[in-house]
Each structure stands twice: as structure tokens, then as C-alpha cells.
Design a protein around this ligand. Structure first.
Ligand code: GAL
Length: 963
């Protein structure tokens, strides 16, 4: 036999994936029928996790998140593409650096994930403008319609983004399998618009099936447009059964049973967005959202969707949420963190939800007959009303899937039943026990590798042929009874290596009875089949397993925090794994004697390979062979990370714009008397910031008037978006602050946010006015981001930002306006606003602050804007992943709001009015992990207050390995 060169062999064995996208140039196809997608001739259950690259501005960390998805058994990632993120102005698009989506799609492919590409044009996603760039607010024509101005604008975006997506389709050897048009486009619909998006996509080379995500109940849109103009090939439905009130994490399906509707008979059931976390509407904190959508919810709802509905296309929103850094947030529903209570936290740490995804994802991937099933009569679960069953079977293999669920909504019950199961191999009575709000998918009549599984009341997590035998991982709730029946033509030898398992053979069936406790190990040999190692554990034990390797050569690993991939060379298996001190056990062919930890060099290929922190350095684990034939050893604790104190702060007050003599000669004159905005101003001139090209962050206004002497007060109305405010000075004297208008969702735009008399009115103190002379009004208005266009009414989205009314009695005022100095080429359009410090670069690392006075950010503050800067050095342990955060230690006060700049990047906003968040993620990439970093804080105080300090750095976690 000719031997393959070692390098080639290593490359072949290295890939972590079961789904191996073909090499560039080989044509592949995506087809579908009523059961499932078929990619390159193979039916798949699509298990996708949503990820927003724009919420993680660090491409190397994209790799980390996507590898973590893959390691949990996801075979796809769903990606929104944000138009706003790439386009600061009409005709201007940027796909470089953190916006390099070519690289994003390459990384997805390298991670072994298919991609659902979702370029909008409208995406929602609680992102500013719902993904629409703010300049679109000044374009005539109703958004999300066929009207001319909007049409020209969105076509421009599509013609930029589509070609990038097109070259990464599976038909081109890339990962993109589906293209999603628009987002929840079902209200006020315009079929021609929906059709045009698809026509543009096809013209730009999109060949894969086009999908869309229908809102909420699969209602209006798809039924009206099932065929004809606007119809997509595979409509799907979004479902959020747990809603978004995280303060009450014990809720159970307030928005329904969560079953994704079958929309058509010729397509698979597509859960286009299925709830996997929540926005934190009540400011309860994302840990509560993680509870609300935790493993119990996932077990019950996801498995119901799989077996009751027969869905085979799932996209879970979100798999990883990320950060609303800069001005990325839509202001009404979210604050800086978009952690979402997802399976992987904002700081990229896996959670118990990740474990549940892994248990389910591995099952979907290992048990192929699931991709094609029809409903069948289910076995009864007699004797207990709370336990119900529903079942499906694969028409070709006969394999049955029975969902046994406990319908007690209060989660108090735990009920047992003996299933009377007419399975393909015979009729079986098998015991099971399910607690309230839980559901198990049980399998019968399944060719499990070289074995025949007649029936089991344990759930299958995964199985693999390893070194001439089958290794299978089964599981059940701790303490519950289980029975597994396997078929053998002759009596096999059964060796219980660990745990308590009773075995009986009756001339055909080998029946194993046990309780799920710890991890039982059973070796079955002979009986006319290849050997089988059965590993039967509790949920927790099952979650400790990882599967890595090609289909020809998988390995199973028990222990470690994460296994990204495995490579076999000679007698050594090399695991790219994240580890802490603990046990690692590897199930590999017997020829393997050694275990190494460390990323395999060059594994990914292409220009993105080898940039990761973990080099090809080796770290051998001393192992011994177990009775199970596996190799066991111990992993070392990571070196601890030393973090510096944040000291050496310097401070400088700004807002020179408030002073009467400030030179604003280069500011834009704000003198428009008309606006294309559907909302008309209350006073003229038009002062809408967007109309003057200032779209993100703070904006300054300076108004001059010749006082008559009769003026007694200043009346202002600014619209900022929720949580925004504005500050007012007259002739250099601070008059006060007010909350900005919100008018987020409905109603009359001009309903005053601050009822009369209110803080929108500022009395002029005696002696301040200069009759007959120039008086200068200075107003600093926050812009918290742009509303979305969720209901496609154009009005919410186009709601102005900035001053919408301004008067000093009837005295005429002339206005100037100043916002951001321009788009930061590196950091993109959403990072920098119009504070004086931002316009003069105080947030940038290179700025020299030596002349600033020494002062820590906990010192007392006067109203206005004060900046703080410090720098710190890091030298985090090499070859480890240590995510770092910044913590505000004091009680957040509504008196201030703080913009946080890390090395010039606006990484978030803190303050008592902003949200419950005190910890801010400082992602590697923006953070220099080995070297100097600069922190700058811009603190806007509306009244005298103590500062926002003290501040400290902390670690979210620490593992060896990493991306
Ligand atoms: C969906 C929408 C997503 C996101 C989600 C809630 O309706 O399509 O973009 O907004 O709700 O987080």
C-alpha cells in the first residue's frame, strides 16, 4: 500500500469537522424537499447559531466563537450583515479590518460551519436603525418599500455585499448555504420590494436557496405570498416563546408553545430564528435572561420543535450575543452589552446552555435518520397524565423517535412511566422518568454504527466508530431509570467496567437495565457484531464529552473545557483544547499512545491561519490506558494572570463650546427651512442632526440671538432616543439638563416628553441676559442611536435626533451645529461622536495628556464634560485565553454618563440612566494583551456629582489554549 506523506495525512486527519466544505472550485448544490436541506447529496439537520460579527470587533475572536459553535455540534452560523456598520455615507462602503466580511466567511468555512447569510437590507437585531445607516433617514422614499429613493439606496448596499456573499457559496466551495431576504417583513408588505431583493441577489450571483424569517406566528406574509411575486423558496418563522422579561426567569412559554409552523408542504420546517436568549427589557441583567432561556427551556421547547413539528432547520438567536460597542445599539431595548443570556457569554465563556446545545447538537449530527421523518402513532405512556408522547419515524430506515415530555408547567412533578413501545424490532416495555418541564427524545430501530439499537430510554448524545469498535454516549436525568435493548444473533459477552448495569440476553435482545448515575461503562463483545463500548451518564457527565475528527477518524474526549479539533499523527493525538486543572480522557484507536495539547499549525490554511495566540507548541499529557481502552491523564492549571491597578489618572474638563467666545466659525450653519423627514420640526430652522450629516454620538448646537431684554426662558425639545439627555448653557452659564424625548414606539411624535412646566424649559437667571447684544446659547445633545423600523412604518426609524424645537420667546436665533469630526477609518462610522475631546483626539492612544492634572475619576465633578485618561500595561500568560473586563466599582449615578474608550475604540457607555451594566468587556484585539493600553473616559455630568470611579480590571475566565 502506498503511504501518504505524513504532512498530507496530518492535514487529512486534522479537520475538526464532520461537515467538511469542499475545496474551492468544486461545485456543490443545495436542494430541499419537505423533509430537509440536502447539501451535496447529503441530508442535513441544519443546526445554526446566530452571531453578529459587528458586535465583536476582533476578527481573531470570530474564530474563537465559531470554533466554539462547531464544538457544540452546530453545523451552521447565521450572520446578519449590518449596512450601517459598513456605510458612513451614500456610496461609501468599507469592508476592511474589523469589517472584513470576506475574512469572516473564510473563518466560518475553516471552522466547518455552513452560513445562513442575512444581509437585510433591513436586519432589526436591536442595532441602530435596525441596520439601516442613519444617512438613509435623509433619503426620500419610504424605507422597506419599492419607492425610488430607498430602492436606489438598498440596491447600492446589496450590490456591495452580495458579490462577497456570492463568492463564498457552497457552489463555489464556500460555506454559504442559504440567503435570507429582509427580516420579519410581514407588515405593510410590498411584494415588489421583496421580489426585487431576490432579483438583485440572483443578478449578483446568489445561487443558493433564498429564505426569509417570518415574524412570530408564521402568519400573514407567507400565506399571502406563498407563490407569486415576493415569494421566497424557503420561508421560515421566528419564535420567542419565553418573551423578554428576564426579571421573572421562572416564566414558561408566555408567548406560546413555541412550535414552528409548517408553512408549505414542499419545504422543510424552518425555525429561522428560535429563541436562545433574550434582550433584557426589564434591566434584570443577562444572567437572568440566561435562566429564562436555560437548559430546561431548551430541552422542552427545542425537542418539541424537532419531534412534534418535524423541523429540520434551526437557527438559534443568539449563539453568542456580543457587545453594542460605539453607537451600535438601537436605543429602546438594549444597553452596551448584548450578551443576550446566550449559550456563550459576551466574554466568550461557555455556560450550561452550551452544554445543552452540545447534547442536542451531537445527537442531531450523529443520528442521520432524523433528517427525514414523518409523524407516526406514538407509544403510550400509560398511568400518568402529565407524561405525553409524540413520535416520528424515518420512512426509509424505520428508525423511530419518540418524544416523552412532562407537561407540568409548574415544574414540580417528576413522573415515571413504563412505555409500551411497538418498535421496529419488536414490542418493548421500558421504564422512563421525566420531571416537570423536561422532554426526552428516545430512539428505536436504529443502526448505531455496527450495532442494532432496538430501543432505549436513555437519550443518545453521540456515537462513533473508533479503532474497530463503536463507542456510544447515552444519557438521562440523574437518578432516572434507563433501559437499552440491543440486538445480537448470538450471546455477546457483557462486561460492566463501571457503574451498576444489569444485563440479560434472551436469544436476540440484549437488555441492559440501570439508573443514570455518574458514568457507567459497559463493554459488549461478540454476538456477531464488532465491539461496543457504551458510556451511559447523567446529563452532566454527557456534557463532558467532546467529539472531534473527521468522520473516518473521530475521537471522543472526556474532560477539558473545550475541544476545538483533533489531529492524529503516528501514535499521537493532538487536541486543540481549552484546559484548566483536571482530567482528560481520550477515546482513540488503540494505535494511539500519546496525547498532546496544542493547536495544529497550519490547520486552517489560507491567510487567516497561524495568527492565533496559541502557537503550534506542544504540551504532552502523561497518559495511561484505562480498562475502557481509552487514555487518561491530567491537565495543568493555567498560570494566573496578574492585572495592574488602574492608577495614574489624569483629567481635563472640556466643553469650551459653552463659552460665548468659542470660535465656531468652521461649524456648519444650521439654516435649513425644510426637511425631507416625515416628521416636521416645531420651530425653524430645522435642527435635525442627520440633516446636517451628523449621525452618531453627541452633537453640539450654538445659537446666537440679539436679546430684547424681555426673554425670560429658553424652551428646548431634543429627541435623543431612550436614555438620552441634553445640557444647556447660556452665555457660558450652565442652565441645566433634561431627558431627551423618546417617542420610541408609537404615538404623536410631538407629545412633549417633559410635561409643562418641565425640564425642557430653562428659566434665564436674572442678570444673565445681555439686552441689545449677542447672546449665545450652547446645547449638547446626546444621540443614543436610531430607532429600528420593526413595523416597516418608516416613521419610527426616521424619527429625528437632535433639537426639534428651540426658542427664546419670539426672538430669532441663528444656529450652528457640530458633530463628529469624521469617520474614523480604523474604527468605522459608529465609534466616534462629536464631543470636543473626540473631535480633538483625546480618546486616542497617541494623544499626549502630560499637561492634564492628576485626578482619579472618583473626584467630584461639575456639570459639563470631563475627560480622564490613564494607561496600563498587560502581559497575560502566553498560550492562554484570559478575557478581561473593566469594572465600575461605585454606585452608578443618573447624574453622569460615561463613554469608555479603549485604545481609541468606544467600547461602551456606563451610568445610572443607561442600564444595569457595571462590567464592560475589553475584547482581545482591541485590548493589547502584551503591552501598553490606553483608557479614556468622557464623563458628561448633568449636575454636580461624585465621579464614576473607582475602576478596576478583572478576568472573566482563564484557560490554557484559546483561539
Ligand atoms: C426578532 C428579530 C431579530 C431580533 C429579535 C429579538 O424579531 O428578527 O433581529 O430583533 O427579534 O432579539
Amino acid at each position: 500500500m502506498r503511504r501518504l506523506p505524513a504532512v498530507l495525512l496530518a492535514m487529512l486527519l486534522t479537520c475538526a469537522t464532520l461537515v467538511v466544505p469542499a475545496r474551492a472550485g468544486t461545485a456543490r448544490e443545495v436542494t430541499y424537499d419537505k423533509y430537509s436541506l440536502t447539501v451535496d447529496g447529503r441530508r442535513i439537520v441544519l443546526q445554526s447559531a446566530e452571531f453578529h460579527y459587528f458586535r465583536l470587533p476582533s476578527p481573531e475572536l470570530w474564530r474563537d466563537v465559531m470554533e466554539k459553535f462547531r464544538a457544540a455540534g452546530f453545523n451552521a452560523v447565521s450572520l446578519y450583515f449590518s449596512w450601517a456598520y459598513h456605510s458612513p455615507a451614500p456610496g461609501v462602503y468599507d469592508f476592511t479590518g474589523v469589517r472584513d466580511v470576506d475574512r469572516l466567511l473564510r473563518i466560518a468555512r475553516q471552522a466547518g460551519l455552513y452560513v445562513i447569510a442575512r444581509p437585510g437590507p433591513y436586519i432589526n437585531a436591536e442595532s441602530t436603525g435596525g441596520g439601516f445607516p442613519a444617512w438613509l433617514k435623509t433619503v426620500p422614499g419610504r424605507a422597506r418599500s419599492s419607492e425610488a429613493g430607498y430602492q436606489a439606496a438598498y440596491r447600492e448596499w446589496l450590490h456591495r455585499i452580495n458579490p462577497i456573499i456570492a463568492r463564498h457559496q457552497v457552489t463555489e466551495g464556500g460555506p454559504v448555504v442559504l440567503y435570507n431576504a429582509e427580516n420579519e417583513y410581514q407588515v405593510n408588505t410590498d411584494a415588489a420590494y421583496m421580489q426585487d431583493i431576490q432579483d438583485q441577489a440572483r443578478a449578483d450571483g446568489i445561487e443558493v436557496p433564498i429564505t426569509t424569517n417570518d415574524c412570530c406566528d408564521g402568519g400573514s406574509w407567507s400565506s399571502t405570498w406563498a407563490t407569486g411575486p415576493g415569494a421566497v423558496q424557503i420561508p421560515g418563522v421566528d419564535d420567542y416563546p419565553q418573551s423578554f422579561e428576564c426579571a421573572n426567569p421562572d416564566l414558561w412559554g408566555p408567548w406560546g408553545e413555541g412550535l414552528t409552523e409548517r408553512l408549505r408542504d414542499d419545504i422543510p420546517v424552518f425555525a429561522a430564528e428560535y429563541q436562545a436568549g433574550a434582550i433584557d427589557l426589564g434591566n434584570a441583567g443577562y444572567d437572568k435572561c440566561r435562566e429564562l432561556t436555560g437548559p430546561a427551556f431548551m430541552k422542552f421547547f427545542y425537542k418539541n420543535n424537532l419531534i412534534q413539528t418535524g423541523a429540520t432547520m434551526f437557527s438559534y438567536y443568539m449563539g453568542y450575543g456580543g457587545t453594542n460597542w460605539g453607537w451600535l445599539a438601537q436605543p429602546n431595548d438594549v444597553y452596551t452589552s448584548y450578551d443576550y443570556g446566550a449559550a456563550i457569554t459576551e466574554a466568550r465563556r461557555p455556560t450550561p446552555k452550551y452544554d445543552e446545545f452540545k447534547r442536542q447538537g451531537y445527537f442531531l449530527e450523529a443520528v442521520a435518520p432524523l433528517a427525514k421523518t414523518d409523524a407516526i402513532t406514538s407509544p403510550a405512556a400509560p398511568g400518568n397524565g402529565a407524561l405525553t408522547t409524540v413520535a416520528r419515524a424515518n420512512p426509509d430506515t424505520g428508525t423511530q423517535f419518540v418524544l416523552l415530555r412532562h407537561t407540568d408547567r409548574a415544574a414540580t412533578g417528576t413522573d415515571a412511566a413504563t412505555l409500551d413501545w411497538a418498535a421496529p424490532d419488536g414490542r418493548y416495555q421500558v421504564p422512563a422518568r421525566v420531571k416537570g418541564r423536561d422532554a426526552h427524545v428516545l430512539v428505536a430501530g436504529y443502526d448505531l454504527g455496527g450495532q442494532r439499537l432496538a430501543v432505549s430510554t436513555s437519550e443518545i448524545m453521540t456515537h462513533a466508530a473508533i479503532g474497530g469498535r463503536d463507542v456510544a454516549v447515552l444519557y438521562g436525568s440523574a437518578g432516572s431509570p434507563g433501559a437499552t435493548v440491543l440486538r445480537y444473533s448470538a450471546q455477546p459477552s457483557v462486561k460492566v467496567l463501571e457503574g451498576s448495569v444489569r444485563a440479560a440476553y434472551d436469544g436476540g435482545d440484549l437488555r441492559l437495565d440501570y439508573a443514570h448515575e455518574g458514568l457507567a461503562r459497559v463493554l459488549v463483545m461478540g454476538g456477531g457484531r464488532r465491539p461496543l463500548l457504551l458510556l451511559i451518564g447523567t446529563d452532566e457527565e454527557a456534557a463532558r464529552f467532546w467529539r472531534a475528527g473527521t468522520p473516518m477518524n473521530p475521537v471522543l474526549v472526556r474532560g477539558t473545557e473545550l475541544v476545538r479539533s483533533a489531529a492524529v499523527t503516528g501514535d499521537t493525538v493532538r487536541l486543540s483544547a481549552d484546559t484548566v486543572a483536571g482530567e482528560v480522557e481520550v477515546f482513540a484507536p488503540p494505535s494511539i499512545r500519546r496525547v498532546e495539547l496544542g493547536r495544529s499549525g497550519g490547520q486552517s490554511g489560507g491567510q487567516d491561519a497561524g495568527q492565533s495566540g496559541q502557537s503550534a507548541g506542544r504540551d504532552e499529557v502523561r497518559v495511561s490506558r484505562t480498562a475502557s481502552g481509552s487514555l487518561i491523564g491530567a491537565t495543568r492549571a493555567p498560570a494566573s494572570a496578574k492585572l495592574p491597578d488602574l492608577t495614574g489618572w489624569r483629567a481635563r474638563a472640556e466643553a469650551p463650546e459653552a463659552a460665548p467666545g468659542f470660535d465656531d466659525s468652521r461649524w456648519k450653519v444650521a439654516d435649513h427651512t425644510t426637511t425631507g423627514n416625515p416628521h416636521q420640526p416645531k420651530t425653524l430652522p430645522v435642527l435635525y442632526a442627520d440633516d446636517y450629516g451628523y449621525h452618531y454620538g453627541n452633537v453640539w448646537y450654538r445659537g446666537r440671538f440679539t436679546a430684547t431684554g424681555a426673554e425670560t426662558r429658553v424652551d428646548l425639545n431634543a429627541i435623543t432616543g431612550l436614555r438620552g439627555n441634553y445640557l444647556v448653557w447660556l452665555n457660558g452659564r450652565y442652565l441645566g439638563t433634561a431627558a431627551g424625548g423618546v417617542q420610541a414606539d408609537s404615538g404623536d411624535l410631538w407629545t412633549p416628553p417633559n410635561p409643562d412646566p418641565g425640564p425642557g424649559r430653562f428659566d434665564i437667571p436674572a442678570g444673565l441676559l445681555k439686552p441689545g447684544q449677542d447672546n449665545v446659547l450652547a446645547v449638547l445633545v446626546a444621540n443614543m442611536g436610531h430607532n429600528d423600523d420593526w413595523i416597516a412604518d418608516d416613521l419610527r426609524f426616521k424619527q429625528p435626533r437632535g433639537l426639534v424645537a428651540a426658542s427664546v420667546g419670539t426672538t430669532p436665533i441663528t444656529w450652528k451645529i457640530q458633530g463628529t469630526a469624521g469617520t474614523d477609518k480604523l474604527r468605522g462610522p459608529l465609534s466616534t461622536g462629536g464631543l470636543y475631546g473626540e473631535r480633538t483626539g483625546w480618546h486616542l492612544p497617541k494623544y499626549r495628556d502630560k499637561a492634564w492634572k492628576e485626578a482619579a475619576p472618583d473626584a467630584a465633578l461639575a456639570p459639563g464634560v470631563t475627560w480622564y485618561r490613564t494607561s496600563f500595561r498587560l502581559d497575560l500568560p502566553k498560550g492562554q485565553d484570559v478575557p478581561i473586563g473593566l469594572r465600575f466599582g461605585g454606585d452608578p449615578s443618573p447624574a453622569y454618563r460615561v463613554l469608555i474608550f479603549l485604545n481609541g475604540w468606544n467600547v461602551g457607555q456606563y451610568g445610572g440612566d443607561i442600564g444595569p451594566q457595571r462590567d464592560f468587556s475589553l475584547p482581545a484585539g482591541l485590548l493589547t494583551e502584551h503591552g501598553a493600553n490606553t483608557l479614556a473616559l468622557a464623563v458628561t455630568a448633568g449636575q454636580p456629582t461624585s465621579g464614576p470611579g473607582p475602576l478596576s480590571l478583572f478576568t472573566y475566565g482563564n484557560v490554557r489554549g484559546g483561539p
